[in-house]
Design a protein around this ligand. Sequence first.
Ligand code: SAH
Length: 421
Amino acid sequence: MNVYDGQRIAGMLTSRGMKQTDKVSEADIIILNTCAVRAKATDKVFSALGRIRNEKKPDALFGIVGCVARESGADAFRRIPELNFVLGPQSYHKLPEILENPDIKLLNIDLGGLEKFDELPQLEKSPAVAYIPIQEGCNHCCTYCIVPYTRGRELSRPFNDIIKDTIHAANTGAIEICFLGQNVNGYKYTDQEGKTYRLSDLIREAAKLNAIQRIRFTSSYPTEMTNDLIDMFRTETKLLPFLNLPIQSGSQNVLTRMNRPYSLDLYIDIVNKLKSARPDIQISSDFIVGFPGETDSDFEQTMEIAKRVKYINSYSFKYSPRPHTAAALMPDQIPESIKSARLAKLDAYLNDLQREFNTSCIGKIMPCLYEGVDKTGRHLVYRTPYMQQCITDTVGEAIPHLAQIEITDANKASLRGKIIK
Ligand code: SAH
């Protein structure tokens, strides 16, 4: 989602004749696009702001957009008085106002709903992977999560608007579509005639476009994985055989306190249905360890569920207390040392699973999407259908966007391969 926001912000400024630079000291405007989901991310923003204010040109405009802007509001100006603007994730389309009136301090952290989508200009040229937001906000209210506060309540965009964006992306260079939402598989839009559209309808429509070869979506909530969507994995070959389906914890007690009221049996049932719809599907998850009140036995149940599902590539985090969330006020907060020990144990196991899956890919031929050249300039980087990074040797001028690659080697982080065609 932040990548999408970043691309649109860059698009707004380049359409006004500005150019991108990597050098802070050269920039006329500096924008930090920020994430507030864990405290560490927020802390990094303020230390970066402290650094930038010393490096930037004295008259360069600088400010923050995104969730830290929404979380900090006017307080950001108190902490860093040189800031020119603070714009939340639903008001960054107001950014051009600061260009017209650089002497004001621009603060807008309103939750404007879907308004920004009407105002943001389309990108002239789509990247090969087109991120298409289909929804803003989230209604689930997991007790650890700041997102409902920073991005507001859940709103699904009109079906026709999304299809328009998808067609535009397909016509301007997109090969892969990634539908985005905080609760993306809960997408639900009813038009004026009373017809209701779901994510499965969007996938079916996008798959009709010839230019689009791959479709995926993120991030999903377990119980929104309805049968119409599971069926898409059976019928729609352009849908990638990979799904991030965050379980967060393997303990029923912890899930209840997280306000994620699904049963583990139901979760396993959904995974099994997905596997019967698409036998080659692989699942990844997000995990939080050290949630308030998590016992050793709760944590062991998380290890168990990881073993059962055999996730191929997951994100795991120490619980981070966030403002405006219920869990931050819960008793029995877990000491940092225990959180760290649990995370190290879980990570070690998840890494083993990932290495195991990567190794099992050796010898297979997979269609992979070109991403760019690596740092050395000697290798090409591709993405497999399972979102693994695959590195090949350069092949002269004609770099195929979608290449059949034979996997020749693997480690935990990436694969090596040879382009077949
Ligand atoms: N709707 C998105 C939420 C994005 S946050 C999603 O379901 O992925 C991405 C991940 O960050 C979450 O899945 C969760 O595992 C983690 N996370 C969210 N709040 C957290 C917190 N307070 N502490 C630690 N991890 C958190």
